[in-house]
Ligand binder design. Structure first.
Ligand code: ADP
Ligand code: MG
Length: 321
């Protein structure tokens, strides 16, 4: 491209909210074979809200069965406390998430506040990226996280009832975490996130251009597939339960197959993968680190801007030949 064509092109793109860091990115754009899309915050709004709060403690079934519940010898009392209902479950979980930056935690806190539930400040807090958090709330140890968190980190196996319920909720496309009290799984909280307005159309247009669309997420396979289904992404191209540090390898594996890969993401988690990709694309007002690690920013936060960027790349680089 002549410098003038590039300047004019990038200027025009900037007006449409597409910021290129360098000319090379514009050129590579038209050669992409694969676009890898982060799920949360890229395909979806990333704005979770709580949809389900489920108490699945032994204690609850005892209460439901109408059996006397004031027996101090009841083992479940130790873990579940005297009155574990949905409000108490979300109060403990949201309090534990106070130190967390994760959208799941934010959703719980917001839900509790909207329900007029007063939260406690946790005395201790620890978070494991891609897995969950533990905290001490009102002197009790509270854990909130996915099965991997309970099984690998806490070494607690999940009761069948919790596991079954978890699968059902996940199949509905809901991100679901387990709540544990004193290391005993006692309930579940689901959050859901909506697909961005422009995502479905944009993905259809990638496919029209023979660009393969892949989804990558730390979320579980069932939830990821439900979202992929709505976005018309091939279930075979869903990479789920990917730990933050492993996203980069997934991009590298696609490159090893000979693909030129564009990666779109918004989070800190995505930064190394954005660097690894042939074109790293930050979306939305996202994290600074994501923007710094990218070659292109889509400031309006919609994937359709990427379609415009492809068109621009083709236009500029076909003129010059
Ligand atoms: P993504 O940004 O793709 O959703 P993350 O790596 O941030 O992926 O999270 C992956 C999964 O780890 C979540 O779906 C959830 O199961 C679990 N997780 C991460 N952080 C938390 C948290 N603060 N509380 C509960 N669960 C969490
Ligand atoms: Mg994200």
């Amino acid at each position: 491209a002549t410098p003038t064509a590039l300047m004019a092109g990038t200027g025009k793109a900037a007006e449409n909210g597409i910021l290129f860091r360098d000319g090379e990115a514009i050129q590579t754009m038209k050669d992409l074979d694969v676009v890898v899309l982060d799920k949360t915050g890229t395909i979806t709004e990333g704005d979770h809200s709580v949809t389900d709060v489920v108490v699945e403690a032994d204690r609850q079934s005892v209460t439901d069965g109408g059996i006397a519940t004031d027996d101090p010898g009841d083992d479940a009392d130790v873990a579940s406390g005297a009155e574990l209902d949905e409000d108490e479950l979300i109060r403990l979980a949201a309090s534990a998430e106070r130190g967390s930056e994760h959208p799941i935690g934010h959703a719980m806190i917001e839900y509790a506040e909207n329900s007029g539930i007063e939260l406690s400040d946790p005395d201790t807090f620890e978070s494991v990226p891609g897995k969950g958090v533990t905290a001490t709330v009102d002197g009790r140890s509270v854990a909130v996280g996915n099965p991997r968190f309970f099984e690998d980190e806490l070494e607690v196996s999940l009761p069948t009832r919790i596991d079954d319920r978890l699968r059902d909720l996940e199949r509905e496309g809901k991100t679901t975490v387990i709540v544990g009290l004193e290391d005993e799984p006692v309930g579940l909280v689901s959050t859901a996130d909506t697909i961005k307005e422009g995502s479905v159309d944009a993905i259809a247009q990638f496919h029209e251009r023979d660009i393969e669309t892949w989804m990558i997420t730390g979320d579980n396979e069932r939830t990821a597939r439900a979202i992929a289904d709505q976005a018309d992404i091939d279930p075979e191209r869903v990479m789920a339960s990917v730990l933050p540090q492993d996203k980069i390898d997934k991009v590298a594996q696609l490159q090893d197959k000979g693909y030129t890969v564009g990666m779109v993401g918004d989070g800190i988690n995505d930064a190394p993968a954005l660097k690894q990709a042939n074109v790293g694309i930050a979306i939305g007002t996202g994290t600074d680190i994501a923007i710094q690690s990218s070659d292109v920013s889509l400031v309006r936060g919609q994937l359709d801007a990427l379609v415009d960027a492809f068109t621009l790349s083709e236009r500029i680089f076909s003129k010059i030949k």
